[in-house]
Design a protein around this ligand. Sequence first.
Ligand SMILES: Cc1ncc(C[n+]2csc(CCOP(=O)(O)OP(=O)(O)O)c2C)c(N)n1
Length: 321
Amino acid sequence: MQLSNEKLLEFYHLMVKIRAFEETLSSLFSKGLLGGTSHFCIGQEASAVGVVQGVRDTDWIVSNHRGHGHLLARYLDVDKVMAELLGKLTGYCGGRGGSQHMCAMDKCFLGTNGITGGGIPLATGAALALKVQKKDDIVVAFFGDGASNQGTFHESLNIAALWNLPILFVCENNKYAMSTPVNRTVAGGGQVAPRAAGYKMRAGVFEGRDVEIVYQATQEAAERIRNGGGPELLELMTYRLCGHSKSEPRVYRTREEEAEMAKLDPLMTLPQRLLERGVTQEQIDAAAKRARDMVAEAAEKGLAAPVGDRAYALDGVFAEN
Ligand SMILES: Cc1ncc(C[n+]2csc(CCOP(=O)(O)OP(=O)(O)O)c2C)c(N)n1
């Protein structure tokens, strides 16, 4: 199924917003204006947008440590996402959550998660809650190939299959778990989808850099799950074009490999497809500019926003002195 030009252009806008957001974070880090660390999803924008846009706004999203794309693909307010990363009171969690612990319950976003594989059982629990409440919403659980080696992954798939829970497990396979290539961590040749067979769960492998393919695979799976078909797993093949985290030297892979993969950068291939479908260069540029302007404004507002005081920092801490 081919998406309308209007929809595809909007997806491109979202993907540029994610890229611009992380490039801005990188620049804020280098200027000393942003602390801590962060995991970028540069190169993985199509899987974030295709999946999140492929489900309904009332379906729940559970993300992982590489979650900026998931947050922005859900149309979370970019000002509030930026402010959260900057530790400001105006952020989604008042500056307490940061990149790895950001949630927005009003947007059915159950949180990013710094624990590898930690979000998968949380998502499974949320799916159980939806089933008990007899809702027809589903849960999406994002995780990486590395996380599929955690016990939490197998425990969650087991119970989700056993109890027929409304959950879509989404593995963004970017070929590395931190510095370790997938064929050295995932037994059986480095592919995650076959693991679902152990739980008699439907699973498929898709090109994760093609937003249309991801969107369609997600929509179809979500529909089956919503209609009581039971949990499914999507494995989306992608590549992180940046380091695992901020200032990571990437000694475990060659610059030649990266150059080859850069040719498949979804932000390079999608404009080409839009042009072939008759979208004008002016429309493409305008969609990108709109995204970049939003991010620049978010950074400006976020930097000017207030931080909490000492009392705010201690609020919610219950230990006795
Ligand atoms: C329980 C736990 N173990 C180890 C880590 C350190 N760690 C952070 S990210 C990461 C790799 C995760 O790889 P993958 O799931 O493939 O996701 P990717 O980083 O490739 O997106 C590891 C081991 C952690 N955060 N939590």
